[in-house]
Design a protein around this ligand. Structure first.
Ligand SMILES: NC(=O)c1ccc[n+]([C@@H]2O[C@H](COP(=O)([O-])OP(=O)(O)OC[C@H]3O[C@@H](n4cnc5c(N)ncnc54)[C@H](OP(=O)(O)O)[C@@H]3O)[C@@H](O)[C@H]2O)c1
Length: 419
């Protein structure tokens, strides 16, 4: 580190890496002077949009170059990036990464490694890309006891749900998302909630000091949502969103990802298309809403550049960047014990006593019904129930028993209701 001038290496020059390099090359020198010393790629023969002289395919060149202060990791995947970050931090280099998979996997360990080596690690772009949400959580809100964090943190699924709300089928919404480049040819990670799960794991660490592993984050995606669910949601003045929900109230800590019916007046209902949002709640702050572009090269590069400036500032003051991480205050709460109210849509035979037998089944499981709508369809009827809040295990038992009632032709959809 020399005055206001820093030597930087970038690992990866793909979609995000090339946008980051372009921003580094055009940074305002009055803020900080960046000397781009090295860029790691796998294929050095590829044509690049930047000076080819800095390209290398040998990570050791970067690791062992004492003049490099700061390294930006934008390779993608867990390996070799995870090992590279560990080696860099151990060598005292500051690291910035956009990689949610690595931070979800071992963020806690990496933060500690940075602290032990008196250097810094930043990963703003790993959650909600262009929205600066981690820094306020780590710094501005560090003195607050947070109670709940709810995020729309997967742009692809939110784009698809918005299209379905506007009338598309699931299949049409997916193929348009793929045409527009929002969804990968294999969309599994987005539509099954896995991408949101990784980000929920990072938010769990930052907001609550909790390090749930993948198996402890109940994860459901959007593949069973239909256009008809949206028609019903609209009749109830609600819409459907895939959310990551992390709470740490009296009953304990729990992180989960699943679709919810949410009131149209809630700020998350207004988050449309590929946008992301994170709602943070706590006693003193009531509710804060961060929203904006959660993906794309330019917004992601913006988050990385913000981290570069923070890291340079940190390096110049020779401090570790992390306030002590929050420590987990409450025990983990099993998902079976999480309370939700439910929207349940059933196809039933239209005859006397059907509603009574369904209500009786709920009652045996201590679940009470808040409202019922029944619509006749010839010999069949459609029954839509909204329950009061009940523990997950009681609801799952009720749904299993109702499915086996003779009068119930099918349980068409079940969705938790956000409150
Ligand atoms: N896309 C978004 O909106 C978004 C948002 C937030 C965070 N991110 C994260 O940003 C990261 C980068 O994503 P991306 O879309 O830019 O990926 P990408 O387009 O696939 O680019 C990967 C780059 O890394 C290089 N690379 C891969 N494996 C390598 C290895 N073993 N050794 C050396 N170089 C290697 C590739 O080299 P070649 O050029 O030679 O192939 C390429 O330049 C990911 O962690 C992603 O999750 C993305």
């Amino acid at each position: 580190m020399k005055n206001n001038s820093y030597s930087v290496a970038v690992l990866g020059a793909g979609n995000i890496g090339s946008a980051v390099i372009e921003r580094l090359e055009n940074l305002d020198n009055e803020i900080v002077e960046i000397d781009l010393k090295s860029v790691l790629v796998s294929d050095i023969s590829k044509e690049r949009t930047f000076n080819n002289d800095v390209v290398t395919d040998n990570f050791e060149d970067i690791l062992n170059d004492d003049s490099i202060d700061l390294v930006i990791e934008v390779l993608g995947g867990v390996e070799p990036g995870k090992d590279y970050i560990k080696s860099l931090l151990s060598n005292g280099k500051a690291v910035i990464t956009a990689n949610k998979d690595i931070i979800a996997d071992c963020g806690n360990e990496l933060v500690q490694l940075a602290q032990e080596n008196n250097t810094c690690l930043y990963f703003e772009a790993a959650v909600a890309a262009g929205i600066p949400v981690l820094k306020p959580l780590i710094e501005s809100l560090r003195g607050e006891d947070l109670s709940r964090v709810t995020g729309i943190i997967n742009g692809t699924s939110n784009y698809m749900l918005t299209s379905m709300e506007e009338g598309s089928t699931y299949e049409d919404a997916l193929s348009t998302a793929q045409e527009l480049g929002y969804a990968e040819p294999d969309p599994t990670n987005d539509v099954e909630g896995i991408d949101a799960m990784y980000k929920a794991m990072i938010l769990s660490l930052i907001c609550f000091g909790a390090t749930p592993d993948k198996d402890n984050v109940h994860t459901e995606g959007i593949t069973s949502i239909t256009k008809e669910d949206f028609d019903w949601a609209s009749r109830l003045n609600k819409t459907i969103k895939l959310v990551a929900l992390i709470d740490n109230e009296d009953g304990g800590f729990n992180a989960r990802v699943h679709p919810v019916l949410i009131d149209t007046k809630h700020p998350l209902a207004a988050i449309r298309g590929a946008l992301n949002a994170v709602v943070v709640e706590g006693e003193n702050i009531n509710q804060l809403v961060f929203s904006g572009p959660g993906a794309g090269a330019a917004p992601t590069a913006s988050a990385v550049i913000g981290d570069v400036l923070s890291a340079c500032h940190q390096l110049s003051s020779n401090q570790s960047n992390w306030y002590p991480l929050r420590s987990q205050k409450n025990d983990n709460k099993n998902f079976d014990d999480v309370f939700s109210s439910w929207f349940i849509r059933l196809s039933v035979t239209d005859e006397p006593g059907v509603l009574a037998s369904i209500a009786g089944t709920f009652s045996q499981n201590n679940v009470s019904i808040e409202s019922v709508i029944q619509e006749g369809r010839g010999e069949q009827a459609e029954l839509v129930l909204v329950t009061h809040e009940a523990p997950e295990k009681d609801m799952q038992n009720s749904i299993k028993q109702i499915t086996s009632l003779d009068s119930v032709t099918s349980v068409t959809s079940t969705l938790r209701v956000y409150s």
